[in-house]
Design a protein around this ligand. Structure first.
Ligand code: XMP
Length: 332
């Protein structure tokens, strides 16, 4: 049984050995615990020779990219560039309703923008006196991802289940970068302990996982700016009230999504044909199976009331009580 502090020191010294005295390293950060732990580790090991890149894909939650910037740059001192790709992504998603197509478009654009930024960093690096070329690409792959990608290659999986899709392949083959995966031997709870030890705040350490394609796979049907904004507001109310109730850590994931249909509601004296919000909260150990969270009914109706009152255009709120299987955690 290893001691966490020793393991961190060992990992940092391994990273220094692998990267050497001059080379630079790039990596994508989402704001989730895995990529944040990796970014903090890299910063401890090689300082500003590590370049973190966060891409706002237009389907992040309310204020999420600003919060990533604040937390990683100001609070954790990570050398971070934030790229606002929201317009590019939303344009790319116009008219698309098929879930797998959404995933492919978001994954593809992500790689394009990341590669562009990597080349820019590489160019800038040529002029730095004390640093060498960008030679490495770092990723927060966990042990279960390693296992999953093995079975992924062996069978036809239902979904293209990867945060950053073909990013490693493109970085390694296209740009000749070498891949570093400092967390590949760890499970999620170990990464969380790792994060605490590195001084990352509890709110981030305990954050629910968030899928790479973001709220695009929580919106059934077309992803438009209007529909994204409605989901953002409803989700923000839902998650804030969950946190206020002190039950956030009791669930593995929770979110507000959107149905493609509309339903009638009465607002004031008028009948309106409004959006239907789908709330989902699940308990799960490994995300392969999941159970609906047993919400306190009073709290749930209070949340519903606030969403209908505060989010323009919403006439109904539903709670998804499907287990996985046969349901999935996301809506698409
Ligand atoms: P499902 O919906 O398949 O989700 O029950 C299981 C877990 O995987 C996450 N998920 C994704 N993560 N890209 C990701 O990075 C995806 O395309 C994707 N689809 C699902 C989901 O959030 C849950 O944790």
């Amino acid at each position: 049984h290893w001691v966490m502090a020793d393991f961190i020191q060992q990992t940092i010294s391994d990273i220094r050995k692998i990267v050497g005295e001059k080379a630079q390293v790039i990596g994508a950060v989402s704001g989730g615990v895995d990529s944040t732990v990796v970014a903090k580790l890299m910063t401890e090991a090689i300082g500003d020779r590590f370049h973190a890149v966060h891409i706002d894909n237009g389907v992040m939650r309310l204020n999420e990219s600003q919060e990533v910037q604040q937390l990683l740059k100001q609070h954790l001192g990570i050398n971070l560039t934030v790229i606002d790709g929201s317009k590019v992504f939303l344009d790319g998603l116009k008219g698309v309703t098929e879930p797998e197509k959404k995933r492919k478009i978001i994954g593809g654009l992500f790689i394009d923008l990341f590669e562009e930024e990597a080349l820019r960093i590489e160019k800038a690096a040529e002029n730095t006196p004390n640093a060498g070329k960008v030679e490495f690409f770092v990723q927060g792959t966990l042990y279960p991802d390693v296992i999953e990608s093995l079975s992924f290659n062996l069978s036809d999986t239902i979904k293209t289940h990867h945060n950053v899709g073909g990013l490693p392949a493109r970085m390694m083959n296209g740009q000749g970068l070498k891949l570093i995966e400092p967390l590949r031997m760890l499970f999620k709870d170990e990464v969380r302990a790792f994060g605490r030890q590195l001084g990352i705040e509890e709110g981030l350490v305990m954050r629910h996982p968030f899928p790479g394609p973001g709220i695009a796979i929580r919106i059934i049907g077309e992803v438009t700016e209007e529909r994204v904004n409605i989901v953002r507001k409803a989700d923000h109310i839902f998650i804030s009230m969950i946190k206020e109730a002190g039950i956030y850590d009791e669930m593995a994931q929770a979110y507000a999504g959107l149905d493609s249909n509309r339903a009638v509601g009465v607002m004031g004296d008028a009948r309106v044909y409004g959006y239907i919000i789908i709330l989902r909260a699940v308990c799960s150990v490994n995300f392969m199976t999941a159970e609906p969270y047993e919400f306190d009914f009073k709290l749930l109706t209070k949340i519903a009331r606030r969403i209908v009152n505060e989010v323009d255009g919403v006439s109904r709120v539903t709670y998804d009580i499907t287990s996985k299987p046969p349901g999935t955690i996301e809506l698409e």
